[in-house]
Design a protein around this ligand. Structure first.
Ligand SMILES: [Zn+2]
Length: 202
C-alpha cells in the first residue's frame, strides 16, 4: 500500500478502473480528483466540453460504487428537500453554498485549461447539483467536496458526514465494490493523455 498513487493525472489503469466502476466506458476524463486510500479513483473530473461537442457542466462525478450507493440512500431519505429548506432560512449556509458555486466554476475553468479547451459559453455561470441556491444532486456536491477538500462545499461535507457509517476516507471497500475480473468496457483515452500524444506527434 506504500506505493498507492496520489497523482491527479489519469493513468491508463485508472481509466480502466473508472469504466469498471461505472460499467461503461469513461470519456473525456481530465483528472482523478480524489482517490481511495488504496489509490483507486473515487471520482472523475470530466472536460466541460465532451469530444462529441456537447457541453458538460458536471465536472466532478462520483464513480466509486460504495460512495455512490451511500449517497443515493441519503438522497432517497429526503435530505435534499430538507437542505433546500435550510438554505431558505439560514443565511450563513446560503452564503457558503454560493461560495461553493463560485469555487465549482473556478475549478471547472482550471479543468478546462488543463484539457486545452476554449471557453464553453453554453454553461457559463452554471455549476451543478442545484448550486447556488438549491440542492438537486448530492452526488455532485459530494464529488466537489472530495475534489477540493473539507470546508469548501459544506453540504457536500455534510453528506460525507451522513454516510460515515458506510464510507470514510479511511475505509477501503474496493475489493468487493465492483467486479475486478470483468472485461473492461472499451475505453477512451483521457484528454490529458491524448494531448500529450498530440504533442509528441507534432
Ligand atoms: Zn480502495
Amino acid at each position: 500500500m506504500n506505493s498507492a498513487p496520489t497523482t491527479r493525472v489519469p493513468r491508463p489503469e485508472d481509466l480502466s478502473t473508472l469504466s469498471l466502476q461505472l460499467g461503461r466506458p469513461v470519456r473525456d476524463v481530465v483528472e482523478i480528483p480524489a482517490r481511495c486510500r488504496c489509490g483507486n479513483p473515487l471520482a472523475a473530473a470530466t472536460a466541460p466540453r465532451l469530444s462529441s461537442g456537447i457541453p458538460f457542466p458536471t465536472t466532478f462525478y462520483l464513480t466509486h460504487p460504495t460512495l455512490t450507493a451511500a449517497v443515493s440512500r441519503v438522497e432517497a431519505a429526503g435530505v435534499m428537500a430538507e437542505m433546500s429548506q435550510r438554505l431558505q432560512h439560514d443565511d450563513a449556509l446560503a452564503a457558503a453554498h454560493t461560495r461553493a458555486h463560485h469555487n465549482y466554476l473556478a475549478e471547472r475553468e482550471r479543468i478546462r485549461e488543463l484539457a486545452g479547451l476554449a471557453a464553453v459559453d453554453e454553461i457559463a455561470g452554471v455549476s451543478a447539483g442545484g448550486m447556488p441556491d438549491r440542492v438537486k444532486c448530492l452526488h455532485a456536491l459530494t464529488g466537489h467536496a472530495l475534489a477540493v477538500g473539507p470546508g469548501v462545499n459544506v453540504l457536500g461535507d455534510e453528506t460525507l458526514q451522513r454516510i460515515s457509517d458506510e464510507w470514510t476516507p479511511q475505509m477501503c471497500t474496493c475489493e468487493s465494490a465492483w467486479d475486478h475480473t470483468a472485461e473492461v468496457p472499451s475505453q477512451d483515452l483521457s484528454r490529458h493523455v491524448r494531448r500529450l500524444q498530440n504533442k509528441e506527434a507534432s
